[in-house]
Design a protein around this ligand. Structure first.
Ligand code: ADP
Length: 379
């Protein structure tokens, strides 16, 4: 951590399913190790991770005694935590209380924490929450215009997600611009399969496009983003579906996939649009228009902006999407230089000579944020 060097990176997939698989890649020689064997639960998966990290050939540490702490990404901490914390029984109970807010994410996050605690009982565990950075939003951003009792009773409010990424790129943006974060108004666009835009004023999130769940806001790969809520009952009534079935359509069959009928991947979409597929072209336009719409709204919220930041799979790689969004934001003083916009794989200012508001591409690094917070908390 003194040099923030990535030693290895890995992934376990299909835990508890047929075809469990661990992939591990060492950074120094790029050597990849793949383990395909049944892993019935998270404890077995983490045991395999520990084995490979300490393996004579593929390992990167001599023993687990070299590991000072473990950082966990946890999706939902509700209103309980506005920054990362060292995990103890009280934190676990708090995260269990948040399960209704993130039923698909918090349970496996908690299983991972339990597995690490079991296998590394003397090593501190730290929780880093997707919702934490957004906790600075003021009520006018997070209160929905529905009876206030729902907020009090069920915690229904805007929480927002991707906080770790928005925080990381806003800090990097300040570095790149050579300006104190406390003096900046930033519009950060995390555009991946899931996508959100945030307004970052003086280093603090004051609004974000995702809501009570990650379904709100932008049109995404397969998610609808915000729609008129009356559409849900209309479809349910006309197609004889339950509310859950309609929500499933809004989560998995909508977004740019739903509009285009082609793909949820922007590479496929751009290719189809170039070949003349009108629905694919429409899907791209809907996506860019919506991003620009949020950016305009956040410029209003902050009374201006110093820079627009693009990150995540689409934001980092899709020059055509950035150019389109930049086009919509000309009124704000955004101007994107075509040649700079064509470069890939590094943090770069892609603004043209006449730009009044900078446009930056910054590769996100949520793992590094998690590692930094973890180091700070256990030091
Ligand atoms: P998530 O973490 O939300 O799953 P990512 O941030 O990894 O998503 O982004 C994945 C998306 O990035 C892909 O679905 C694809 O649409 C897009 N993407 C990746 N590379 C490119 C590229 N070269 N051009 C356009 N889009 C790309």
């Amino acid at each position: 951590m003194t040099t923030e060097t990535l030693l290895a990176k890995g992934l376990v997939e299909r835990i508890g399913l047929e075809g469990s698989m661990l992939t591990h890649k060492k950074t120094d020689n790029g050597e990849e190790f793949i383990l395909e064997e049944p892993m019935k639960d998270h404890t077995e998966a983490i045991a395999n991770v520990i084995n490979v990290l300490t393996d004579n050939n593929f390992g990167v540490v001599k023993s687990m005694d070299d590991i000072g702490a473990v950082g966990h990404r946890v999706v939902h901490a509700g209103e309980k935590y506005s920054s990362s914390v060292v995990i103890d029984d009280k934190v676990i109970a708090a995260l269990e209380e948040c399960i209704p807010l993130a039923p698909l994410h918090n349970p496996p996050n908690l299983l991972g924490i339990a597995a690490c605690m079991e296998l590394m009982p003397d090593t501190p565990q730290v929780g880093v929450f997707d919702t934490a950075f957004n906790q600075t939003m003021p009520p006018e951003s997070y209160i929905y215009a529905i009876p206030y009792d729902y907020y009090l009773k069920y915690g229904i409010r805007r929480y927002g997600f991707h906080g770790t990424s928005h925080q990381y790129v806003s800090e990097r943006a300040a570095d790149i611009l050579g300006v104190n974060l406390a003096d900046l108004k930033l519009i950060t666009c995390h555009l991946g399969n899931g996508a959100s835009v945030s307004a970052i004023k003086r280093g603090k999130c004051i609004d974000t496009s995702m809501g009570f769940t990650p379904l709100a806001g932008l049109a995404m790969g397969t998610r609808s983003g915000s729609i008129d809520p009356a559409i849900i009952t209309f479809i349910a009534d006309h197609d004889n579906l339950t509310a859950d079935e309609v929500l499933n359509i809004l989560n998995k069959k909508s977004g740019i996939l739903g509009i285009s009928g082609v793909s949820s991947d922007f590479r496929d979409l751009s290719e189809a649009a170039e070949k003349g597929n009108g629905n694919a072209a429409d899907a791209i336009e809907v996506f860019c228009y919506r991003v620009a719409g949020y950016a305009g709204r956040y410029a209003a919220a902050m009374n201006g902006a110093d820079a627009v930041v693009f990150t995540a799979g689409v934001g980092e790689n899709a020059a055509n999407i950035r150019a389109k969004i930049g086009g919509y934001l000309g009124f704000l003083g955004v101007e994107i230089d075509a040649e700079k916009n064509g470069q890939r794989g590094k943090a770069i200012d892609i603004s043209g000579a006449a730009a009044k508001v900078r446009a930056l591409v910054i590769p996100t690094n949520e793992e590094l944020m998690i590692a930094r917070d973890t180091k700070e908390l256990v030091r």
